[in-house]
Design a protein around this ligand. Structure first.
Ligand SMILES: [Zn+2]
Length: 429
């Protein structure tokens, strides 16, 4: 399987200047690839695919010494990037979009380069910092806030200079499927090791075990963003002030994205390490909520990212993750199956048919759990066994954790002042 880890990079001035120069050379290489693709006769045997086009690079270097300044594998990768973009373009065309041609890239639109397979090394990965070494560039300190697992192979490294002036490096990682931990056999799943997760509106998530995790508060950041955008709209487009403000807007947006991502990383890691099977609703078929379109889009994007993280981590940590049919998970009584309409403001599920009383989102999470167990292929007696013993529904087991507590402690169940931490403190004395 393949996935990506992205880190903030802090090159010193000299290295940043070298990176900027290299990226600009790659930009020229990209544009030159495009030029040749458009202008050389189509029967030229070194045109038409990245692989063929790579053969032209020796000639390039003879004619334009500047191309020898950058790492040759990275230069090949840039040619490949052009053909990748070309492929994406024709995919979009095939999907019915009205697409033009690939455009010439001015400096502000070309901001990254990729080292593929060689010419890089990740060093000193202990603690919160690490160093990325790139050939022809040097050492780049990175904020190493998330470990790259030992069994992962780094296939590519992309260095990007954002509009905000910040530098980032992304590692494209590959883990051999044979090295992935095995998922527990489905017929050996234990009660209490399976969980249904309701992606709520008021609460960010509610689990079938009775844990609710509050929504991450990004209102202040969105307030800043709106203000900065208003200021931007008053500036003369293209002016120096406008440019500066545009960078400010981009930086606030990124701060919000990062905050949400960090929170989601912590939640998803906790879920796949705490449980053997995690079930969530399938968003693609989830009916629209009674919510403004804008809020809805934001929420949607966040949920999609949450599920993407959950899925790749499922493979990394040996956990089953399934998406289930979301229809009526809220309306349906988990106890007797009768459906009752519930407006958004009704926070409790109180069944008129059987009297079952539970929090709205908790009831939904239990339904998600049940559907997930079925989706794993378990038969009715097994589903019943796992539901009965596992989710012994007892409203007194309910627990709420705020989003900020999750961010601080790294998981909803390890909090500051928990017995474990106190013990450690005592031993330290
Ligand atoms: Zn009922």
């Amino acid at each position: 399987m393949e996935y990506t880890h992205r880190f903030r990079a802090r090159p010193n001035e000299e290295v940043a200047a070298a990176l900027t120069r290299h990226i600009d050379i790659h930009r020229q290489a990209y544009n030159h690839t495009r030029y040749e693709y458009e202008n050389l006769p189509s029967d030229t045997d070194t045109i038409g695919s990245a692989y063929k086009h790579h053969k032209r690079l020796t000639e390039w270097k003879d004619r334009f010494p500047v191309f020898s300044e950058v790492h040759s594998k990275a230069l090949q990768r840039t040619v490949t990037r052009f053909y990748d973009n070309l492929g994406n373009l024709s995919d979009r065309k095939a999907a019915g979009y009205n697409v033009g041609k690939l455009r010439w890239k001015p400096p502000r639109e070309y901001r990254s380069m990729t080292y593929s397979q060689s010419g890089f090394e990740l060093k000193n990965t202990s603690g919160q910092t690490a160093t990325l070494w790139l050939t022809k560039i040097g050492d780049i300190p990175i904020r190493y806030h998330r470990d790259i697992p030992d069994e992962a192979v780094i296939k590519e490294v992309t260095v990007k200079h954002e509009y905000t002036g910040e530098w980032f490096v992304s590692f494209a990682l590959e883990v051999d499927d044979a090295d992935l931990p095995e998922k527990p056999p489905i017929d050996e799943l234990e009660a209490g090791e399976c969980v249904g997760v309701d992606l709520g509106i008021l609460n960010y998530i509610h689990t079938s075990d009775g844990l609710s995790v509050g929504k991450l508060d990004v209102e202040a950041e969105y307030g800043h963003l709106r203000k900065a955008q208003r200021t931007l709209s008053r500036r003369e487009q293209g002016s120096e002030n406008w440019e500066e403000q545009r960078r400010r807007v981009a930086s606030i947006k990124r701060r919000i994205r990062r905050k949400v991502l960090d929170f989601q990383h912590k939640l998803t890691t906790w879920l796949v390490t705490e449980y053997d099977a995690v079930f969530v609703e399938d968003l693609d078929v989830k009916p629209l909520l009674e919510d403004s379109q804008n809020a809805r889009n934001k929420q949607d994007a966040a949920w999609r990212q949450f599920i993407t993280l959950l899925q790749y981590k499922a493979d990394l940590h040996g956990c089953h993750v399934k998406q289930v049919d979301p229809e009526n998970t809220t309306k349906q009584c988990h106890e007797c199956g009768v459906k009752t309409d519930k407006p958004l403001w009704v926070r409790e599920h109180s069944c008129p048919s059987c009297g079952f009383l539970l929090e709205r989102d908790w009831n939904a999470a239990l339904n998600v759990l049940e559907r997930g167990l079925r989706k794993l292929g378990l038969g009715q007696p097994e589903v019943q066994r796992l539901l009965e013993t596992g989710a012994a529904v007892d409203a007194t087991h309910r627990e709420s954790v705020s989003a900020s507590a999750v961010v601080e402690a790294g998981s909803p169940t390890e909090r500051k002042g928990s017995p474990g931490l106190n013990e450690a403190a005592v031993t330290a004395e």
